[in-house]
Design a protein around this ligand. Structure first.
Ligand SMILES: Nc1ncnc2c1ncn2[C@@H]1O[C@H](COP(=O)(O)OP(=O)(O)OP(=O)(O)O)[C@@H](O)[C@H]1O
Ligand SMILES: [Mg+2]
Length: 507
């Protein structure tokens, strides 16, 4: 009987079919009241789909969802929120023109008679925001907030609706280290207050840090639920992927670096953004850029790529000065960029996988002015095998893939291009451990073909594991350039955080 009371959510034989894909297949398990429960699985395993069913985003499915021993079926996401089931996404969508408070109470505004009671909105919202220790106010415009702050607004909204369950789907993917730490503190406090948490992340350290129990899904099927403290990282990976995978970024081969500089950047500046950035990149080299959020790494590479306008500085490709004014021009010159924000910059929404991957090199698939669909499909199939794209279907709309699989399409798009210099901005964001390892191998393959890579990542082990040299940036400036001969995390972090004095020293 006690067991009955403990379960807050019970999934019973939940199945969901999208055209051509069985995203969930008879999934049954339960979540206990007040626990932090991780949902784990490879890209496309069905984690987000299951959450979308719980949260009323997907309303057509088979099977039952029980909340406190009653079958529930929410009409839409707002209906779920109103019933105490809230969701915090990686990228929270708020209405930017409205105030924070208006976003929190949206659709359920406190009224005075017939009229919306603005004073009470802000009073209520500010009370919650101060509990969450936010340093912005209910009266502020939502559009002015950072990603981390927007997530706090989503949590505030959940609390306004007296949430019993809050789920987090890859919440830390765009957060800084300190934002992540404060999010974890808040999540632990929510748990202390009896709120049940569902948590999805590909960063396995986080699972061990905050989760009590975990459930693994593989290809839409339930595999196992267990206590996190009972398993090692290796066991966890094996349960998810079904085989042993190294969770570390490692280079199998080094020393493919040529003599010539393929890229030289001198004194690159955008006034008030970053200043005086100089470096070179050799043929066959991986150069890592590391810095904390706000260090402007992304702006630097976007500027080289012609996506932002420089104020000063010169760029040389193979020793020749170039003036890159647009991304199209950059592509013509042999550059490629896997952008940080794949949803808006990475692929075309109404294109299928084969078309999206072919985009950077259409002439390769064109004969006598006609595009060969067969060639495009074959090209896509190569990458489907190489980095395990799921569903393994060239004709599937990229927009309908799971988050991590979309990232794989964006990466493949550039791998299949003839770009000789690739800029990878957070290339493995949202990618599962198995696919990460595959992406690292593909990167090495590119070096063997004489290509060069610049990698920007906030995952320090990734930068350390893959780069030949590392440039550390802080607040728009290059702090130091380090040769990666057995560098340790602390060596790099101290420069990124500005705790060392020897800033001009080049090792
Ligand atoms: N709107 C949709 N239309 C068609 N297929 C979809 C849709 N949403 C998800 N799918 C498919 O359902 C399957 C499960 O996707 P889901 O997003 O649940 O995976 P996930 O476990 O969250 O993966 P990730 O770790 O990459 O976020 C995938 O094969 C995906 O392509
Ligand atoms: Mg997902």
């Amino acid at each position: 009987m006690k067991d009955q009371v403990e379960k807050i959510i019970k999934f019973q034989n939940v199945s969901k079919v999208f055209p051509g894909v069985r995203a969930l297949n008879n999934v049954s398990f339960d979540i206990k009241k007040g626990e932090i429960h991780a949902l784990l699985g490879e890209n496309g395993a069905g984690k987000s789909t299951l959450l979308n069913i719980l949260h009323g985003v997907l309303t057509e499915y088979d099977g039952e969802v029980h909340l406190n021993n009653q079958i529930v079926k929410f009409k839409n996401a707002n209906d779920a929120i109103h019933h105490g089931i809230s969701k915090v996404h990686q990228e929270v969508s708020l209405i930017p023109e409205l105030s924070v408070g208006q976003n929190i109470v949206l659709g359920y505004e406190p009224k005075k008679g017939m009229l919306i009671d603005n004073k009470s909105i802000h009073e209520k919202a500010n009370e919650i925001l101060s509990k969450l220790r936010c340093n912005f106010k209910s009266e502020d415009k939502a559009g002015s907030l950072s990603t981390g702050e927007m997530q706090m607004v989503a949590i505030a909204k959940a609390l306004y609706h007296k949430a019993e369950v809050i789920s987090f789907d890859e919440p830390t993917a765009s957060l800084s280290k300190s934002e992540t730490d404060s999010l974890f503190e808040i999540i632990n406090e929510l748990k202390q207050n009896g709120i049940t948490i569902l948590y999805v992340s590909h960063r396995l350290e986080e699972i061990f840090e905050i989760c009590d129990r975990a459930t693994v899904l593989r290809d839409g099927t339930f595999i196992e639920s267990f206590h996190v403290k009972d398993v090692s990282k290796e066991q966890l990976i094996r349960k998810m992927v079904g085989r042993d995978v190294s969770s570390f970024a490692v280079r199998n081969k080094k020393g493919m670096i040529g003599e010539e500089n393929v890229l030289e950047v001198k004194g690159l500046t955008i006034n008030n953004v970053f200043e005086d950035i100089s470096f070179h990149l050799k043929k066959g080299e991986i150069l890592g850029f590391f810095g904390l959020v706000g260090s402007k790494r992304t702006d630097v590479i976007r500027t080289i790529f012609g996506a932002e306008k420089k104020s000063n500085g010169t760029i040389l490709l193979n020793g020749k000065e170039v003036d890159i004014k647009s991304s199209q021009q950059a592509v013509k010159l042999g550059l490629g960029l896997v952008p940080e924000n794949r949803k808006t910059q990475g692929f075309l929404k109404f294109f299928n996988n084969a078309d999206n991957i072919a985009l950077t090199k259409l002439e390769k698939f064109t004969k006598f002015g006609l595009i060969s669909h067969k060639k495009k499909t074959e090209n896509c199939e190569t990458y489907i095998n190489e980095i395990n794209l799921r569903p393994a279907n060239p004709h599937y709309l990229t927009n309908e893939l799971s988050g991590g699989n979309q990232q794989k399409v964006v990466i493949s798009k550039w791998l299949s291009s003839d770009a000789s210099i690739l800029f990878l901005d957070e290339p493995t964001k949202g990618v599962d451990v198995g696919a990460k390892a595959e992406i690292y191998r593909v990167m090495e393959g590119l070096l063997e073909k004489g290509k060069s890579i610049i990698i920007v990542s906030s995952e320090l082990p990734e930068v350390l594991g893959m780069s030949d040299r590392i440039i550390v940036m802080r607040e728009g400036r290059k702090v130091i350039e380090l040769k990666n001969n057995g560098l340790k995390e602390e060596d790099v972090l101290q420069y990124a955080m500005g705790v060392t004095k020897n800033e001009s020293q080049v090792i």
